[in-house]
Design a protein around this ligand. Structure first.
Ligand SMILES: Cc1cc2nc3c(=O)[nH]c(=O)nc-3n(C[C@H](O)[C@H](O)[C@H](O)COP(=O)(O)O)c2cc1C
Length: 231
């Protein structure tokens, strides 16, 4: 087998191995260096215009995780009579999407971001501002606070996917989580994490760790022909 064939096989094996893990082995902790690699996969992810319009909260305190239990039906184990991903995951991440305040074209935040993070000269920043304004107002019509926040959430999902794939390549299990009430999550984030809801909204969550057991059913997916059309 050539190197590339072996890599292809590793990717396929990891993709087949990855499943939305419902219960993790709470005695197993992901090694720090490996979780750092997972976070690097998020940090280095692509995002539209390169704006990285998201924040990650890694919630390791069991007490803090419990604050979400009542209304996080997709991770509280209610369906399988366990403490769920919230109670058993080695690492638990909440992805926040930026709102309109920071991600509206020409915002103060974006000016600082383009200057300090992207280190762009003023004329290129002016070009970015113009192009992004056109994108928001004309091309994609992303103009309301809700639309902008959802667009930022879309970017966060790319980081999420890269984190899960990276984890799977290292034999680490994961579960993406949208099973939560947004309003109550926003309230907990504001009260207990000092997250200003005017600036950030929860987009999605993810749990990482090691499965207790293999999933009862194998993968069910549409065929490649049902999924992909070639022209
Ligand atoms: C954005 C997103 C949100 C999800 N939310 C939950 C969730 O709250 N709880 C859960 O157990 N699984 C959740 N899932 C897992 C899906 O149900 C699962 O990925 C899908 O059924 C395919 O199964 P597989 O990932 O095991 O291959 C979510 C998946 C995605 C991509």
């Amino acid at each position: 087998m050539t190197n590339i064939e072996s890599l292809q096989q590793q990717i396929l094996d990891a993709s087949n191995m990855r499943h939305a893990t419902k219960v993790f082995d709470d005695s197993k902790v992901i090694a720090e260096a490996q979780f750092t690699t997972i976070l690097e996969a998020a940090r280095l992810s692509p995002s539209s215009f390169g704006f990285e319009p998201y924040q990650l909260l890694v919630v390791q305190s069991p007490q803090k995780r419990e604050l979400f239990r009542d209304f996080t039906w997709g991770a509280n184990g209610a369906f399988n009579d366990t403490s769920g991903q919230l109670g058993t995951a080695s690492h638990f991440v909440i992805f926040l999407a930026h709102t309109q305040v920071n991600m509206q074209h020409n915002s103060d935040y974006l000016q600082t971001f383009l200057k300090d993070v992207k280190q762009l000269p003023d004329d290129v920043i002016a070009f970015f501002n113009q192009a992004y304004q056109k994108f928001q107002e004309h091309d994609f019509k992303v103009t309301t606070d809700r639309q902008i926040t959802d667009w930022c959430g879309k970017q966060a999902y790319i980081a999420l996917a890269n984190m899960m794939t990276t984890a799977a390549l290292m034999g680490i299990d994961s579960c993406p989580i949208e099973g939560f009430e947004q309003d109550k999550t926003i309230a907990v984030l504001e009260e207990h994490f000092a997250i200003d809801p005017a600036l950030y909204k929860p987009a999605v969550m993810a749990a990482f760790g090691y499965r207790v057991q293999d999933p009862p059913r194998g993968k069910t997916r549409r065929t490649m022909a049902q999924l992909v059309s070639w022209y």
